[in-house]
Design a protein around this ligand. Structure first.
Ligand code: PLP
Length: 394
């Protein structure tokens, strides 16, 4: 989810798509105090809060280093630059992702090799990676889409064998675990976004890169601030891609709450999964609703998004909207069919699973402060949809 949208209070909506910090008066007060303190000191770039957040986020992700950057997209760009991926190189990217995953590859002059996904989990798999290796491929970016951790060990094994890097796009999966280890800590580099609606969201744009490799951490630190060290001494050609101190200060406060919020998301997500899973088989014909599957049996999921699929997606969204329940689509176009990536020449039919999913998917509301009553309203509305007679549709 990106763009200049405002997520406002809307009293006509029974269940909003998400709820931001303004709905928690205590948190809002605390964060306003934090912002004021930063403003009063006039310390807006790097410094205490950025360094503090970096060491706290590294500890949280169980990595040796975290580097605060200006967005998730920039995290991916700097990761690829640090790995010296550029013109002539290919990077495997699932076409079923937010466009930023591919944009980062294009930004460094490399070519995204867009690939399809598993029809049930909607995620990339080791088989898909193996089938798409070419001599030009230097890296794969598994995306833990929706907050579900991809099955990484087989991907890491194939990448190791092929001598290519694994950069995790963990922009939707802060805090998720893979067989005990944190999302972002398994590939050579992990990338995070702190876009306001993410599980860990800033009050604006922000991102982070995590790694255990000191040389990569050092290079990314230089790249994000003009290759500068010390002041006005420029070692490499970098850019302006720092995490703002204001954002770092906000994120430090929120990081302390992240595990609790994720626990809430997990609880709500599995309850909704059970409620909807129980009704899917009863639905007549193409009104059946399927909840997106987990990539493997014991996979962790931090429910950044709760995604279902149905043949009658637009009717489902209309039905929910009539009952005051918000919904969204992540994403209406797979990357290869966007106008931006038409030049790759992957027309309709080339990556059929993602193309089909893009017409069937619907994201239901799910956020940590959702009440059981709100969850019940969603489950009841979806149940009513599956039981409506399709002949009644107008
Ligand atoms: C999967 C994924 N990758 C990358 C990004 C890019 O992050 P940002 O919007 O912070 O640049 C996002 C979020 O917007 C995302 O969801």
């Amino acid at each position: 989810m990106s763009g200049g949208q405002t997520i406002a209070r809307d009293s006509s909506v029974a269940v909003p798509f998400t709820r931001l910090d303004f709905s928690d008066p205590d948190l809002l007060e605390e964060l306003m105090g934090t912002v004021r303190a930063v403003a009063e000191r006039g310390a807006f770039t790097l410094g205490e809060h950025v360094e503090g957040f970096e060491s706290e986020f590294a500890a949280y992700c169980e990595t040796d280093f975290a580097i605060g950057v200006s967005s998730g997209t920039e995290a991916l760009v700097l990761a690829l630059r640090a790995l010296e991926i550029g013109p002539g190189d290919e990077v495997i990217v699932p076409t079923n992702s937010f466009i930023a995953t591919a944009e980062a590859v294009s930004a460094v002059g490399a070519t995204p090799r867009l690939v399809d996904v598993d029809p049930d989990s909607h995620l990339i798999t080791a088989e898909i990676v193996a089938a798409n290796l070419t001599p030009a491929v230097r890296c794969v970016i598994p995306v833990h889409l929706f907050g579900a951790i991809a099955e990484l060990d087989p991907i890491l094994a194939i990448a190791h064998e092929a001598g290519i890097h694994v950069v995790e796009d963990a922009c939707q999966a802060h805090g998720a675990r893979y067989r005990g280890r944190r999302a972002g800590s398994l590939g050579v580099i992990g990338c995070f976004s702190f876009y306001p609606t993410k599980n860990l969201g800033a009050w604006g744009d922000g991102g982070a890169v995590v790694t255990d490799v000191p040389e990569l951490a050092e290079r990314i630190r230089l790249l994000r601030a003009h290759g500068e060290r010390p002041r006005y001494h420029h070692r490499i050609v970098g850019t302006t891609a720092r995490l703002d101190a204001l954002q770092a200060a906000v994120l430090r406060r929120k990081l302390a709450r992240l595990d609790g919020w994720n626990e809430q998301r997990r609880r709500l997500g599995s309850t909704l999964r059970e409620r909807l899973g129980a009704i899917q088989s009863d639905a007549p014909g193409d009104r059946a609703i399927e909840v997106t599957g987990l990539p493997f049996a014991e996979a962790d999921h931090v429910y950044h998004l709760f995604v279902v699929r149905t043949e009658q997606r637009d009717e489902l969204r209309r039905h929910l909207s009539e009952r005051g329940i918000a919904s969204a689509i992540h994403y209406p176009e797979p990357i290869h069919l966007t106008e931006a990536y038409a030049h790759l020449g992957l027309g309709p039919g080339s990556l059929p699973v993602s193309e089909r999913l893009s017409k069937q998917i619907c994201s239901l509301p799910l956020f940590p402060s959702m009440t059981d009553a709100e969850l019940e309203q969603i489950a009841t509305a979806v149940l009513a949809f599956t039981q409506d007679d399709p002949a009644d549709l107008r």
